[in-house]
Design a binder for this molecule. Structure first.
Ligand SMILES: *Cc1c(COP(=O)(O)O)cnc(C)c1O
Length: 355
């Protein structure tokens, strides 16, 4: 790809990553590339960060035809910068795009765009422990067409923002409430695609949970309201002794890269990992008899989010006495060690960015 560069007139001051709010301040530049049905992908460029002009009748603004990704660039102890399994993000974005009938961005072009932007913005990758540069690739349908015949024009862009530590005071358990009214996704729907619509329909439940002093919701399946799916915007895992169970990927659950990495790590450590349907009644019984000893959510932003309290049918269950469990802690340390380059990477998961 021949990426054109447009220099910005003013460089923004770098914010203090300690006081940063996630996703509010962005770097100086963004990557952009256009698509049209006759030209294919064209004009890849790195341009000053700024607003995008969209037609009020564009498909994305009216029908939410868009997908996105989320990954991070990490500063290593020797001053280098690395990404974590970025090829998996590229592949997932292709699957998400196909679900929404959007033209996929080829793997190599996705990786080149992310790498070129991170290289341009290397000074924006913070170096304090626990901080990183969050990268947000987005693909939107831009043509004016209320009839929604087809997406003929698209924009792929990538922005990035420095983020502080998710846990400035160390790992902390969360309180989660099982959502009984709304559903997030159904099989055959868009649950496995990383698209904004999955978040739009989830917001109301999250707001209600916060109003009741919970951090987020546990989603059940959209048909029987019985099988566990995800926790907020993260995948979920339940540990019972030597067994860890997590919902199988049946189409309504987002295939998390953190989820996949943890499954591999746990199997290597001798745990039995079951990917299957998990009945909330089974979870309730096993919380009552104390068989479930740890629960955690997992995703790029938090890596691991231990669940210390789970409200099911109006009743609160405490997990591991609302303390961070040893396996959640060890997984967090192993994964963050690989990501920040402070521990060996036997799986070849990290991808250094040539500076
Ligand atoms: C992005 C996302 C995840 C986590 O995926 P990672 O690749 O681990 O970051 C889980 N659930 C939902 C709904 C997501 O959007």
């Amino acid at each position: 790809m021949n990426i054109r560069f447009e220099k910005t007139a003013v460089l923004q001051p770098k914010p203090d990553p300690d006081t940063l709010k996630f996703g509010r301040s962005f770097s100086d530049y963004m990557f952009r590339m256009d698509f049209s049905a006759d030209k294919g992908w064209y004009d890849p460029r790195i341009v000053p960060y700024g607003a995008i002009a969209l037609d009020p009748a564009s498909i994305v603004l009216n029908y939410a035809v868009e997908v996105f990704e989320g990954l991070k660039a990490y500063r290593t102890p020797d001053g280098g910068i690395q990404l974590f399994r970025p090829l998996e993000n590229a592949r997932r974005m292709i699957n998400s795009a196909e679900r929404m009938a959007l033209p996929p961005v080829p793997e190599e072009q996705f990786l080149e765009a992310v790498t070129a932007l991170v290289r341009t913005e290397q000074a924006w990758v913070p170096s304090k422990p626990g901080t990183s540069l969050y990268i947000r690739p987005v693909l939107i349908a831009t043509n004016r067409d209320l009839s929604l015949h087809a997406c003929t024009d698209c924009l792929f862009y990538v922005v990035c923002c420095p983020v502080g530590s998710y846990y400035p005071g160390g790992l902390r358990p969360a309180s989660i409430v099982v959502e009984e009214q709304d559903v997030r996704a159904v099989r055959g729907g868009t649950g496995y695609a990383k698209c904004g619509g999955n978040y739009a329909c989830a917001q109301r439940a999250a707001n209600r949970a916060v109003a009741k002093n919970y951090n987020d919701v546990l989603w059940l399946d959209g048909v029987e309201r019985r099988y566990v799916e995800e926790v907020g915007g993260m995948n979920i895992m339940f540990k019972k002794g030597n067994v860890v169970m997590t919902p199988e990927l049946t189409g309504s659950v987002l295939p998390g890269i953190t989820r996949r990495s943890i499954i591999e790590l746990l199997r290597d450590q001798g745990y039995t990992v079951e990917e299957r349907r998990i009945d909330i009644r089974e979870v309730t019984a096993e919380l009552e008899n104390g068989q479930i000893d740890e629960v955690w959510g997992c995703g790029t932003a938090a890596v691991i989010s231990p669940v210390g309290r789970l409200c099911i049918g109006g009743r609160d269950y405490e997990i591991n006495q609302f303390r961070v469990g040893p396996v959640a802690r060890k997984l967090y340390e192993t994964l963050t060690g690989i990501q920040w380059g402070t521990a060996p990477d036997p799986k070849g998961w990290v991808c250094p960015v040539a500076l």
